[in-house]
Design a protein around this ligand. Structure first.
Ligand SMILES: [Zn+2]
Length: 659
């Protein structure tokens, strides 16, 4: 094209005017209507009475996520209206039909939305949505799919409360119109946004073997390619829409594992010096003597061979910290009165100041080599507490705060996080809290949402949740809250919770009561756990074992009687609504039934174990377990997303209480 002067080309001039007006949100458009025809009213119409009235404009050179974004957009248009839009390019557009432009193209450029304007305004994960009466622009710097997701959510009013079609909440309609508006979505959490799916913790062959061992070969053959694959894929899809499947950083407690084998013979002084009388034996958890300059030199020279933007400096897991004089001199004054044995291995030792001193030094040296570098590590165990001195964190550090092992009202998460933020640390949250609950309706969405927003206001640069275990019918409200609170730092937590209930249409009220009931039960957990002395530690976490024994106490017959009434009310009301509402309530019912049977099976097993010579109790335990397994088999086949049967059976088997 010879003439690139915008003002001498009438079509471009009008496009540009239209764009400028729309983007600045000012008054009516001029000229544009003559070219593209009609915006009959002040909305943009994609589908009118079941007939497409717009096209999707695709770039000639689509980027990595553009094709997926276009496919997703058409998926939703079809899902809502039953028809799809035609996809056109610069060469095939008739220059008349109104356009939804996805990705950066000649069209978006002509509308004034250039690569440069996007890049300058937004981060690489940021997305821009522009809706005018005459066209729609959906583009991200790298993530066009994020722009589509935002558009679908807020312009079409779609929500996805759990994976799979029954979790897709929208109003079916033959006309889809959207109201002019523009907004951006962006995030400071670039490096890691992970609500990990448990399905990926074990490689597929492992999961296949588990399924076979737990539920039999024949059953495994039958469900493997259908139900199991569906659960994995739909979960991934959901996490993708939640923008919570992004990991650029390299972090984990494995970076220094090879060191003992590689270096201990030649350089025993590179490893932590134990207290007098203890011999350093190495192993996966071995700590380094971080004040030995050769250790820092070796870390950096190993990293330089990779030329990467990330340097993982997280120590190996477990304790066993160095007690040499130099390492101890890096500790806070309050630590000087501790014995070597306490420094080496006790929960009295707060070694944050020592490690921050070391990480800062490494960060400065690494940044001199690569100014973009980020050093990743954890605030965990003896370094979980914020520093005791005034030491500040280097800006090249990214620190994963490991706190929150379950519903955690007594854990000092906010205080510790705020302490780290006051030390200028860039933080990501690495909680274990979604692991707990043993597939029961174990729900704390308000705490979770409010805490997430608290952390997001204080240097939160990412999250790495362990993990979405896949019990959508019981714990899905936690998952929804986590995902939405993270996407929407400005939105009221109660509003997010209410969206979830609204998805149950006419049954919303009893469903809300049903979930409120379980939230009250969950609140009783920490005190019950301690009163019954079910865990050695004074926290609610206690991981699986404590919760396993707690389940029949919290989730008892009375609780199931009370909630059964609410579910019944929901079921009755759902019959007067769209069929999908009844389907959603049925999904909850599966979670309820599975929880009831699991709780009873655990109770029976505990009683039989306590009275090992009572045959009637033993028989009862076997019967309850077999009934539960039969229910799991049928549930998983029909509705694999309600409860993650493989995961929960695996945990029970490892407990050796029911088996
Ligand atoms: Zn040392």
């Amino acid at each position: 094209m010879k003439n690139n002067n915008l003002d001498s080309n009438p079509r471009r001039r009008f496009l540009r005017q239209a764009a400028t007006v729309a983007i600045t949100g000012a008054a009516a458009l001029t000229g544009w209507e003559k070219i593209v025809g009609a915006a009959a009213n002040n909305t943009f119409t994609l589908v009118q009475n079941g007939v497409p009235t717009a096209v999707i404009f695709a770039p000639d050179q689509p980027e990595k996520y553009t094709a997926a974004a276009i496919a997703d957009l058409n998926y939703w248009i079809k899902r809502i209206s039953g028809v799809s839009l035609k996809i056109v390019s610069a060469a095939t557009w008739d220059q008349k039909t109104p356009v939804i432009a996805v990705g950066k193209s000649t069209f978006t450029q002509e509308c004034g939305l250039t690569n440069k304007s996007l890049l300058e305004e937004l981060s690489e994960d940021g997305a821009k949505i522009v809706i005018t009466p005459n066209y729609v622009l959906l583009a991200g710097n790298e993530r066009d799919d994020y722009a589509v997701t935002e558009f679908v959510k807020y312009a079409f009013n779609v929500r996805w409360i759990w994976p799979g079609q029954s979790g897709e909440v929208f109003e079916p309609r033959s006309t889809i119109s959207v109201t002019p508006k523009q907004w951006t979505w962006d995030t400071p959490m670039r490096e890691i946004r992970m609500l990990n799916s448990t399905y990926h913790f074990h490689s597929p062959p492992f999961a296949r073997k588990e399924l076979e061992e737990q539920l039999g070969k024949e059953y495994a053959d039958e469900v493997w390619s259908a139900s199991y694959a569906t659960a994995v894929e739909e979960t991934d899809n959901w996490l993708h829409r939640a923008r919570s499947d992004v990991k650029r950083i390299v972090v984990g407690q494995t970076a220094f594992r090879p060191w003992w084998d590689e270096y201990s013979a030649e350089h025993p002084d590179w490893f932590a010096k134990p207290p007098a009388g203890v011999i350093q034996k190495g192993g996966n958890g071995v700590k380094l003597n971080i004040s030995n300059p050769a250790v820092a030199d070796t870390i950096l020279s190993r990293w330089q061979k990779t030329h990467k933007d990330y340097l993982n400096v997280a120590p190996n897991d477990s304790r066993g910290y160095c007690t040499c004089d130099v390492c101890r001199s890096w500790d806070a004054p309050q630590m000087q009165s501790l014995t070597d044995a306490q420094i080496y291995n006790s929960d009295k030792a707060i070694l944050t100041d020592r490690y921050l001193h070391f990480w800062n030094m490494l960060a400065k040296r690494a940044a001199a080599i690569n100014p973009k570098v980020l050093l990743a590590t954890y605030a965990y165990r003896s370094m979980q507490h914020p520093p005791l001195t005034n030491i500040k964190a280097d800006p090249h550090l990214l620190i994963g705060y490991v706190g929150g092992e379950g519903y955690y009202p007594e854990e000092p998460i906010r205080q510790e996080w705020a302490g780290w933020a006051a030390a200028d640390a860039k933080l990501f949250w690495r909680p274990n809290l979604l692991h707990c609950g043993h597939s029961m309706p174990y729900l704390f969405p308000k705490n979770l949402g409010e805490d997430l927003h608290y952390l997001m206001q204080r240097n939160m640069r990412g999250y790495d949740f362990d993990a979405i275990t896949g019990h959508w019918a019981t714990q899905g409200l936690n998952y929804y809250m986590a995902a939405e609170a993270l996407l929407r730092p400005q939105t009221n937590i109660a509003e997010i919770e209410n969206e979830y209930y609204a998805a149950f249409g006419k049954a919303a009220e009893p469903v809300q009561k049903y979930f409120s009931y379980w939230q009250e039960i969950t609140k009783k957990g920490p005190s019950t756990l301690q009163d019954q002395k079910l865990v050695s530690r004074e926290t609610w976490g206690g991981w699986w074992e404590g919760f396993f024994k707690l389940a029949p106490i919290l989730y008892n017959d009375q609780a199931f009687e009370d909630t059964k009434v609410l579910l019944q009310q929901a079921e009755d009301l759902a019959t007067n609504d769209q069929p999908v509402i009844a389907e959603r309530v049925r999904f909850l019912r599966i979670g309820w039934e599975h929880s009831r049977m699991t709780s009873q099976a655990i109770d029976a097993a505990l009683k039989a174990n306590e009275n090992s010579d009572d045959d009637a109790l033993k028989q009862n335990a076997v019967q309850k377990r077999e009934a539960l397994m039969a229910y799991r088999k049928s549930t998983f086949k029909e509705n694999p997303l309600a409860v993650n049967v493989t995961e929960i059976t695996r945990i029970e088997r490892s407990q050796k209480i029911m088996w």
